[in-house]
Structures are given as C-alpha cells and as structure tokens.
Design a protein around this ligand. Structure first.
Ligand code: ZN
Length: 262
C-alpha cells in the first residue's frame, strides 16, 4: 500500500448522472444496495482510477496489466449502500484483495448510518466518517504507511501497527503468490552482490557492486509494482545481508547512488 494522490473535488461526471441518482433514491428507500449494481463499474471511472493508482492494486500494489481491474469500495457497498457511487469511496484493486476484503470493515466506534445525505453530497463523506467510526483498515488514499511497514527477503510484510496488521490480515497481503512476486524483486541481487564481495576485499575496489545497484535503483519508481517493498529495501538494504562488512559497504553505495538519482 502506498498513498496515492486523488483529487476528491474533481468527481467523474458520470457518477452524478440521473440514472445513478434514481438508483441512489431507490436504495435509500430500501435501506440496501439493491439497484444500479453495475453503475459504479464504468469505463470513465476505471480510467481515472487507473491513472491515480498507476495501474496498481490499492492494497497489494500488484500491477494490473492482464488481470481484471476491480473498482473496490473502501466502505463496503453492501453495508454503506448510499456510498456505492461515492468518489472518495472508490479504489482500484485486484480481484483477490477485493474478494478477501469483501464486507470486512471493522471499526472502533459506532457505525454510521444513512441519515439525510443527498445524492449530491456523497462524494466527500470519508473524512467525517473516519473520525466518527475509526476504521481499522488503512485507506491508501488518505494514509502514508511507508515508514510503518517492513519486509524480509522472502517478501513477507511485517508491522507493529495494529491497523496495518488488520489490513494485511484482511486482504491477505502475505499470501504466497504475492510474497513470491515480491521476492522476485530482490531476485539474485543478494547473490550477485556477495559474488562481488571477494573482488572488493582483494582489490579494495567497490566498482563491481555499482552496476547491480544502479540497475536496482533504475526500477525504484512509484509507478512500478511493489514500490513499498522497494522503498524498504532502499532504506534498509543492510538488513538483507548476513555479512556485516558487506552490508555496510552496500549501504554506503545505496545512499550515494540513490542521492545521485534523486
Ligand atoms: Zn491486490
């Protein structure tokens, strides 16, 4: 999960259309999400979300190239039926995160209910509701958790934060296929660096390490998959090496080259 920039005031026009207003009214009458079930899944909304999320899942950061792209509701539409077309409630996700999350939405306070919200004012209720309910699940559009999560070389995520842990568990962000994909980011990086170590010790020359680190940093971009994992690696590279001396020298090279590429 990484924080994305979304313009909450620039609501896609289609979300304000008359047929959505009609479905909204019927759902309010029923007190349930019974009508207009597909009206949030439209191309123009998906297009906007694809740009905002760099075509990545809001929760797991997998790239959604050849896989189905789901428009996910931060507050589940089956509970918060009046937020089905709410712009600040719509996220982009992969099918797995979407289905694991399902209707799970634990909160620490009382759950809000529909009172008198009109169709016109559903798009920016998130902040007010967050304050009232204190949701457990992280909202990637509002929270930056980069410095509160860590990873091991197997791509496993860990945290001391209860809400982040809840999000990891709810969306199953440590599921095996995801850990495997993250693990590939490290690839043979550690092994290659260890291979250069002998030359470094012998010649006191760090040049052997440079291309491997440069290659790694070339892919260290927010639009690439698993940026949170790459961020942790770049800032904590020493943790990935058992050899303390090698860890120290790799850390220095990372710091120097990363500063140069900024
Ligand atoms: Zn996902």
């Amino acid at each position: 999960m990484i924080k994305v920039k979304k313009d909450f005031d620039n609501v896609p026009v289609i979300l304000k259309s008359p047929n959505r207003k009609e479905a909204f009214g019927k759902n309010i009458y029923d007190g349930n999400f019974n009508y207009g079930k597909d009206l949030y899944k439209v191309g123009s909304v998906q297009k906007r979300l694809k740009t905002i999320y760099n075509l990545k899942c809001a929760y797991c950061e997998k790239k959604l190239l050849d896989t189905p792209k789901h428009i996910e509701h931060y507050r589940p539409k089956d509970i918060y039926y009046w937020l089905a077309y709410s712009w600040d409630n719509l996220l982009l996700s992969c099918g797995s995160c979407n289905s694991f999350k399902g209707t799970n939405f634990e909160i620490l306070n009382n759950r809000v209910i529909w009172t008198d919200e009109t169709f016109e004012n559903i798009h920016n209720l998130g902040d007010k509701y967050d304050e009232l309910e204190e949701p457990m699940i992280i909202n990637p559009e509002k929270e930056n958790i980069l410095d509160k999560i860590g990873f091991n070389k197997k791509g496993f995520i860990f945290t001391n934060d209860k809400r982040i842990q809840y999000t990891i568990d709810t969306c199953e962000l440590n599921r095996e296929p995801l850990c495997k994909l993250r693990e590939e980011i490290m690839g043979d990086f550690i092994e290659t660096m260890e291979g250069h170590y002998e030359f470094y010790i012998l010649k006191k020359d760090i040049s052997g390490f440079i291309p491997t680190v440069q290659q790694f940093l070339k892919n260290y971009k927010i639009e690439n998959k698993f940026y949170a994992f790459r961020y942790f690696i770049v800032n904590n590279i020493e943790l990935f090496f058992d050899n303390g001396k090698l860890a120290d020298v790799v850390k220095i090279i990372f710091l120097r080259l990363n500063r140069e590429t900024l």
